[in-house]
Design a protein around this ligand. Structure first.
Ligand SMILES: [Zn+2]
Ligand SMILES: [Zn+2]
Ligand SMILES: [Zn+2]
Length: 159
């Protein structure tokens, strides 16, 4: 696959910009294969727990194998389970219960197993409270929310 932004013309004056972009992406998310786009919508939030302001602390061990850290919080039943890189208990939980949305206590990312994608917890309103609670539990302060323009199309076009 050679779909890198290869310089179409051989003008070297555009080179610097690309380097900066790469670096920024690495900083935002250093996951396995580099930058992963987080979804800003998900159709599987209907089963989220209604009380996500009370969640287990980020150092809660896996409820199955007691793996001590970097576990996932099921946002439907608030079970704490280990990752696919440990004993896959969160993944098994999804297969057994269809609880598909989980929050990582290692980096506070939110994953939807059904979407097979990360969800942007700062944009999706249903996820913001639990993201904020988890952030406070982990870091002791509220997260620096970026200002988000909500996609509210006021369909009143001025004539
Ligand atoms: Zn486990
Ligand atoms: Zn669950
Ligand atoms: Zn989803």
């Amino acid at each position: 696959m050679a779909n890198k932004a290869a310089g179409s013309s051989s003008s070297t004056s555009l080179g610097q910009g690309f380097e900066d972009e790469d670096e920024l992406m690495m900083t935002i998310k250093g996951s396995e294969s580099g930058w992963v786009e987080a979804r800003t919508s998900c159709d599987h939030l209907g089963s989220l727990s209604s009380d996500l302001s009370h969640i287990p602390t980020p150092n809660t061990p896996c409820n199955r194998c007691h793996h001590p850290s970097e576990n996932w919080l099921c946002l439907s039943c608030k079970d704490v389970l280990c990752s696919r890189f440990v004993n896959k208990h969160m993944l098994q939980h999804y297969h057994h219960t269809n609880h598909c949305v989980a929050l990582s206590y290692s980096d506070l990312s939110v994953w939807c197993f059904t979407c097979d994608a990360y969800l942007d917890a700062q944009v999706i309103m249903q996820l913001r409270p639990v993201y904020e609670t988890a952030y406070i539990l982990k870091f002791g302060e509220a997260p620096p929310f970026r200002t988000v323009e909500l996609p509210q199309d006021s369909t009143s076009t001025k004539n």
